[in-house]
Design a protein around this ligand. Structure first.
Ligand code: ADP
Ligand code: MG
Length: 450
C-alpha cells in the first residue's frame, strides 16, 4: 500500500492528535499538504529526503497562509505536521515497499526485514535515538487507545492500514524496545488455490454451491494448514447483497463484499478490565441483523452461541476450528461448546452440532509444505438422529513420489440426497462428479465424546 493510501486512511480514521490548540492547525495543514503534494513521487524518496521535502512544502504553506508565530513555534509546527504525515518515520519506506512482509526493530539502531521469506538487516536504516523509536511506538499504540510503559511492557496493536504490530519494551526486552510489524499477504483466491493444487475444480464448484445454498461450513485443520486463508477464499462465494459480520481475535479476513462488518476482540487492560471476548462479539453480532456470521476461529465458549445462532435461522455461517479430521472436529466442537454451559449434556450438544453444521472441510499440510483439502465431509444425520458424516471428497496421495513432492488425486463421491436436492432446487451448479445420491451405507457414524 502506498504512502498516499495510508496517509489518507489515517485521516479517514481520524487518528487522534494532541488536543492542544495547535492540533487544528496541524490537521488543516496536513490536509492541505495532502492536496498539494505529489504523494506518489514522495513515496519514492528515502526517509531523509522525504522529511526534507515535506518540511519544505509545509514551510511554504505556513509562509503563505500560516498564523503569525515565532520561529520556534513555526519549527515545532512544521515538525508536527511532517511527523503526522510520515506516520512511522523511518519505517515508512519499508511499509511502502510491497515486497516487505515483516519488519523487525530490535532496538533503535537494528532493523531487519523479511522479503520473500528471507531475513536481512537494513544496514542504512535506523531511528535517530531510542527516544524517537519510543515516539513511533507511542504513536502506533496510541492510535488504538493502548499504552506501553513499564507496567504494561507488551502490547499488540495494528496500523490503520491493517498490519499487525507487537511491541515489547524493557525491562522485558533487554536490548531495548522491540517492534514487530507483520504485513498480511494478499490472500489467495479460490482460483489461486486450485492452481496451487490445494483443491480441484469440481470440489471448488461444489463448495461454492454449498456456501451459496447457505449451508453452515466448518474449516478444520492444524495450525498453519491454511484455515484462515481457505475461509477467506470460501467467503468470496457469499453473494454481495448479504450483510456479513466477521468476528476474530485479530482481524485477518479480507472480505471483498461491499457490506461487511469487522469485529475484533479485545484483551483486558492493565487493570485486568475491559476484556471483550469472541463470545461477547458473537452474541452482539446476533443483534446486528446479520445474514452471515463468520467466526475466524472457535476456541471456547462462543462455540455454543455460534451453534445456537446456526440453529435459529442464521444459516450460511462459516468458522474454523483446530482439529485433525472431521470426526475430531465434531468432538472438538462438542468440547468447546461444553466450556460455557457445563449443565448441558454431551448428547444435547451433539444434537446442536448435528442440526447446526452441514459441511466439514478438512485441511492438511503435507511433508513438503503443500497445503490442501484432505477431505470434505457432509453431515447426513439430522436433529435427534445418531450423528453421521459422509465423505464426499478425499485426497488420495501417491505412494511413490518424485523428489519428495507430495502428489496425488481427488476421489469424489455422490452427495447425501437432501443436500443434492437443496442445491438443485436453488439452481446451483452441481459438478458431474458429485451429481448422484450417495449410498447410505457409506455414511460413517461418529461416536460421542462422552
Ligand atoms: N493452500 C495454500 N498453499 C500455500 N500456502 C498457503 C495455503 N494456504 C495458506 N498458505 C500460507 O500458509 C500460512 C498459514 O496460513 P493460515 O491461513 O494463516 O493458516 P491457519 O489459519 O490454519 O493457521 C500463510 O503464510 C499462508 O499464506
Ligand atoms: Mg488462522
Amino acid at each position: 500500500m502506498s504512502l498516499k493510501d495510508r496517509v489518507v486512511r489515517r485521516q479517514d480514521l481520524g487518528a487522534p492528535l494532541e488536543q492542544d490548540e495547535s492540533s487544528d492547525a496541524i490537521l488543516r495543514f496536513r490536509a492541505q499538504l495532502l492536496r498539494e503534494a505529489d504523494l506518489d513521487a514522495l513515496a519514492r524518496l528515502d526517509a531523509t529526503q522525504l522529511r526534507a521535502r515535506l518540511e519544505r512544502i509545509a514551510g511554504n504553506l505556513l509562509n503563505r497562509e500560516g498564523p503569525v508565530i515565532s520561529a520556534e513555534q513555526r519549527a515545532t509546527l512544521i515538525r508536527q505536521i511532517v511527523d503526522e504525515m510520515i506516520g512511522l518515520g523511518v519505517l515508512e519506506p519499508l511499509l511502502a515497499d510491497e515486497s516487505v512482509t515483516e519488519i523487525m526493530v530490535n532496538g533503535f539502531d537494528d532493523i531487519w526485514v523479511e522479503r520473500g521469506g528471507r531475513l536481512a538487516r537494513e544496514e542504512n536504516l535506523k531511528f535517530a535515538s531510542e527516544a524517537q523509536l519510543y515516539q513511533t511506538i507511542d504513536r502506533i499504540v496510541g492510535a488504538v487507545n493502548r499504552r506501553v510503559d513499564e507496567s504494561s511492557p507488551m502490547v499488540d496493536a495494528r496500523l490503520p492500514s491493517g498490519e499487525r504490530v507487537n511491541v515489547i519494551i524493557p525491562p522485558l526486552s533487554l536490548g531495548g524496545p522491540c517492534l514487530t510489524i507483520r504485513r498480511f499477504p494478499t490472500p489467495y483466491t479460490i482460483e489461486q488455490l486450485i492452481g496451487l493444487g490445494s483443491l480441484d475444480r469440481p470440489l471448488a464448484t461444489l463448495l461454492a454451491s454449498l456456501v451459496r445454498a447457505k449451508l453452515n461450513v466448518i474449516v478444520s485443520g492444524g495450525t498453519g494448514t491454511g484455515k484462515t486463508t481457505f475461509l477467506n477464499a470460501l467467503s468470496s462465494f457469499i453473494p454481495g447483497d448479504e450483510r456479513i459480520i466477521t468476528v476474530e481475535d485479530a482481524a485477518e479476513l479480507q472480505l471483498q463484499q461491499p457490506h461487511v462488518i469487522t469485529l475484533e476482540s479485545r484483551p483486558p487492560n492493565v487493570e485486568g478490565r475491559g476484556q471483550i471476548t469472541i463470545r461477547d462479539l458473537v452474541r452482539n453480532s446476533l443483534r446486528m441483523r446479520p445474514d452471515r456470521i463468520i467466526v475466524g476461529e472457535v476456541r471456547g465458549g462462543e462455540t455454543l452461541d455460534m451453534l445456537q445462532a446456526m440453529n435459529t435461522g442464521h444459516e450460511g455461517s462459516l468458522a474454523t476450528v483446530h482439529a485433525n479430521s472431521p470426526e475430531d472436529a465434531v468432538l472438538r466442537l462438542e468440547t468447546l461448546a461444553s466450556m460455557t454451559e457445563l449443565s448441558i449434556s454431551f448428547e444435547a450438544l451433539r444434537d446442536q452440532i448435528n442440526s447446526a453444521i452441514d459441511v466439514f472441510v478438512q485441511l492438511t499440510r503435507a511433508a513438503d509444505g503443500t497445503r490442501r483439502v484432505a477431505s470434505v465431509a457432509l453431515v447426513t444425520s439430522s436433529h435427534r438422529e445418531q450423528f453421521q458424516l459422509a465423505t464426499v471428497s478425499e485426497f488420495v496421495a501417491d505412494r511413490f513420489t518424485e523428489g519428495g513432492r507430495s502428489t496425488g488425486h481427488y476421489v469424489h463421491a455422490g452427495l447425501p440426497p437432501h443436500i443434492r436436492q437443496r442445491l438443485h432446487q436453488r439452481g446451483l451448479p452441481v459438478p458431474a462428479e458429485f451429481d448422484r445420491d450417495l449410498d447410505a451405507d457409506r455414511f460413517e457414524r461418529v461416536e460421542s465424546a462422552s
